[in-house]
Design a protein around this ligand. Structure first.
Ligand code: DGP
Length: 120
């Protein structure tokens, strides 16, 4: 399941973080998901919530492991409650054309500043 595709990160990047083989600032860990600080933060709060098992997109996760998707959303809410008053944007980039660089579904929890709409 590893390997680099057109301009994207290795597919196993987040598996290696989840396994503890790559360093990350972990803010939550349970039996289904791990949450850690994004290495390139786009807001004062920018945490990635990642399933322990690799599913490529959020739609794949919904189809293949819906309980894990529910947990991911619960953890996103908890992170936002603790760090930015429960106000946050939860983003799933799905597909390289819209900026998914790691083919292992991850929810971006973004908060701590004002956001514009529509997104760029
Ligand atoms: P996306 O572009 O939606 O696939 O988001 C991937 C995010 O992953 C991006 O915001 C930067 C982050 N990222 C990439 N490599 C690493 C890493 O090695 N460690 C951490 N903590 N974050 C990473």
């Amino acid at each position: 399941m590893s390997g680099r595709r057109n301009g994207s990160a290795p597919a196993d990047l987040f598996l290696r973080i989840v396994a503890g083989d790559l360093p990350a600032t972990v803010v939550h860990s349970d039996d289904l998901v791990v949450a850690f600080e994004d290495a390139d933060p786009q807001a004062p709060v920018h945490v990635l919530v990642v399933p322990r098992e690799r599913h490529e997109t959020v739609a794949d996760l919904a189809a293949e492991a819906p309980a894990t998707l529910a947990r991911l959303v619960q953890v996103a809410q908890r992170v936002a409650d603790e760090r930015c008053g429960g106000h946050y944007r939860l983003v799933f980039n799905s597909g390289e054309d819209v900026g998914q660089s790691v083919p292992h579904v991850h929810g971006h929890v973004l908060g701590g500043r004002a956001f514009t709409w529509p997104p760029g």
